[in-house]
Design a protein around this ligand. Sequence first.
Ligand SMILES: *Cc1c(COP(=O)(O)O)cnc(C)c1O
Length: 232
Amino acid sequence: MAESPSGAQTALDYIRSRMEKARRRFGAPPDTVELVAVSKTFPADAVEPFLRAGQRVFGENRVQEAKDKWPVLRTRYPDLKLHLIGPLQTNKAREAVALFDVIETVDRDKLAGVLAAEMARADRRLPCFVQVNIGGEAQKAGIPVAEAVDFVRRCRQTHGLEIVGLMCIPPEGQPPGTYFALLAELGRAAGVTQLSMGMSGDFETAIAMGATHVRVGSALFGRRDTSVPAAG
Ligand SMILES: *Cc1c(COP(=O)(O)O)cnc(C)c1O
């Protein structure tokens, strides 16, 4: 007897079909957009159905939480890829390099230097994104827009990091399209091909603007406990 699809499978199918529709409708490259399933605040047993349903790329915003949750899942699903999408302190860089496969939040020279040293030490050269403070918000992480292109160059030439793309979190409560367009323009100027932009509320707009990675949390996993701090 055929099993009925799990809630995780249904949620994944729904988001993937919306992503594909957006990609086709707007006709923008790239040919495929990677879905980064943002599992922060959800325990391992809430994440596992998504692994069983075939999802392999996940995002977490805290090193400690990732450390508690992912090593066990990784033994069962060795091909999974974990993205760090939250702010990183330099004193956590060693753990981050050990736990994650992609670092999306490189945003200052000190961090770039420490990450490069830790990657060399661990012999794990992880692809990285530079996070851009696209709305120039005082409380938000990210390199300022005006410095982004030069910072990418320094990350590559001075620090020796493999910078594959740019990442941003646009200001809340404003139409995100112009911010996504600006990130795409910066990406072209910086010579990177990947753009991590778009979350549950705006991933279709992000795809229209050329996102290669969308980071979707609540639309897949449900609402998060609001006592947990949001994105930084
Ligand atoms: C939490 C988070 C997301 C996912 O947000 P949703 O609105 O739940 O999809 C995406 N990106 C970052 C950096 C986050 O911290």
